[in-house]
Design a protein around this ligand. Structure first.
Ligand SMILES: [Fe+2]
Ligand SMILES: [Fe+2]
Length: 182
């Protein structure tokens, strides 16, 4: 497995772990938000900053450019179709953000719970498809040097998102939560 694929696969692992932990929080909190409000808010922040902006950005902006420049994929391709699923996932995440109650004494509304269930299914399916189709293709098509260049661009992209004020602790907060949950 090349270094760029390994980079994306590690991101997926972290996203899977965060989804697994969120399910656990849900099962324990039921629909009543009190005591779990901060944990759920932190998870939504991780999904927005790390999953949507950092990880999807690496595939959406950097990888897609490489694929198109090399003439490997064009707009009508299945490969680009997988990457385009990010738009559906983003729309679902927006519904989650919009329906999350600000007041911890409120119950979680059905729209929030429905969007969350939808998000779990969409993201899991999407990442499994990438691992089955997209990642092996990257390994086949890109040389070691190209994968190194891709991986460097991935790191730079992630750094540029995580150094924005308010985002600095998103990844470490989630790692701590996952550690505590295990
Ligand atoms: Fe993706
Ligand atoms: Fe991905």
């Amino acid at each position: 497995m090349g270094i760029a694929v390994e980079h994306l696969r590690k991101d997926h692992e972290q996203i899977y772990a965060s989804l697994h932990m969120m399910k656990h929080i849900f099962i324990n909190s039921g629909t009543y938000l009190l005591n779990h409000s901060n944990d759920i808010a932190r998870c939504i922040r991780f999904l927005s900053v790390f999953a949507a902006m950092c990880h999807n950005g690496k595939e959406d902006i950097i990888l897609k450019n490489y694929l198109e420049i090399d003439g490997i994929a064009t707009d009508g391709d299945d490969l680009i179709g997988i990457i385009r699923e990010h738009r559906l996932i983003d729309a679902c995440l927006k519904r989650i953000q919009d329906s999350f109650p600000k007041n911890p004494f409120h119950y979680l509304p059905p729209r929030f719970i429905g969007s969350m269930v939808n998000y779990f299914a969409l993201v899991k399916n999407h990442m499994e498809r990438e691992e089955a189709v997209l990642f092996p293709m990257i390994d086949d098509m890109f040389s070691t040097m190209e994968q190194e260049a891709l991986s460097t661009s991935f790191h730079e992209h992630e750094k540029s998102i995580l150094e924005i004020k308010g985002n600095e602790t998103v990844k470490s907060d989630m790692e701590r939560m996952i550690g505590a949950f295990r």
